[in-house]
Design a protein around this ligand. Sequence first.
Ligand code: F0G
Length: 470
Amino acid sequence: MAGESLHTMGQQHGRRSWAEPWKIKMVEPLRVTTRAERNAALSEAGYNTFLLRSDDVYIDLLTDSGTSAMSDRQWAGMMLGDEAYAGSRNFYHLEEAVQRYYGYRHVVPTHQGRGAEHLISQTLIKAGDHVPGNMYFTTTRLHQELAGATFHDVIVDVAHDAAAIHPFKGDIDLDKLGALIDEVGADRIPYVSLAGTVNMAGGQPVSMANVRALRALCDRHGIKLMLDATRMVENALFIQEREAGYADQSIAQILLEFCSYTDGAWMSAKKDNLVNIGGWLAVNDDDVFEELRNLVVVYEGLHTYGGLAGRDMEALAIGIAEAVQDEHVRSRVGQVRYLGELLTEWGIPIVQPIGGHAIFLDARRFYAHLEQDLFPAQTLAAELYLDSGIRSMERGIASAGRDPGTGDHHRPKLELTRLTIPRRVYTQAHMDVVAESVKACFDARESARGLRMVYEPKYLRFFQARFEPT
Ligand code: F0G
């Protein structure tokens, strides 16, 4: 009877919540620190959340990279590691999983995403080439530049406007791409670098219509189309929800169709694929594969392990299949949305629409009184840590680095602080605590003074730079 009345109550309110398609079998205690302890830790870390010890962190939203919880199946798979130097059976499981769910013919394992970026950049790019992409990602662009290319951002303009609502802010602007082809010539563009979803734009998706049109444009000019598939599963959910004709297709079907328009992909398996370490490269072209398979031996390891243990490849193969389950993706992105909707309700400026893997606080509007050279997003990450021990990440002027030509800061329009949600790790109650801490920082926003950079490493400076309060 009680069950029946609950059921009727649900219907009266018309409410049907989603919930995680799993329950928790093992827990890890969290440590709560005092404000004085956090003050000392932050100062020792040079006001850079990358330099904090994780023992001093309460809720860790630095990244969704390698921070997911593996399933009982994946842990069981770890026990089935075949640690042979060559031809491990786990490699063949990984190869089959990539072929089946992403649809590419050839697979090369790597230790993580940037290992794959390094190999593909060295293989396809010649000095003096140009690589267009939808916004940029830090390590992706650096590997393209180190291989001798100049990177060009050809994402739609709306992606640079944090407040603008648009269903596919990750799309490439075909006119911008066309203009670049006219300017430098198709023979100087080895490939278009397409990421789904776009991390630096706020986890924004690319539409199926866009990738289809890109395929046609690339075919006309003989240019390859390469995919950063790191968060492509999340991209598939947005297509299912927002693009006409896809509501009844599964995430797995959408993923396979999207990839079919591209010539290959690199992957940080530490995200979508639900493992703590791993990556892969996949291509259709036999000759490109031959070269990659040779180069991987130089930098990563033999082509049947690429820097991974057999057990890691097994967990990865299982993670790939789990990652494309509709209920998994819905609850993963649902949790991100839960946090984003709370913050939106409270009038806190975040990137809209809410993206797939993180909430991006708009530090330009949050700290309207701080100019960009005072590192507003870095400041917000520091303040949030001081308030509650929550760790976030800067995605603004520090992350953007310097123009290799002029040596001046890149000054991106987006000055963001990222609250990145690991997969299958935190609960809705944790999200409430996070939202309340952001609100406390927002209420105290006027007292923020900004930071100055006192140490700047040469490559990917945001990881190791040090700051001081102004
Ligand atoms: N591509 C994208 C879109 C990424 O977000 C990342 C990593 C990489 C490539 C590189 O992969 O870390 O396995 O070497 N992003 C992490 C982040 C670090 O926090 O967003 P990796």
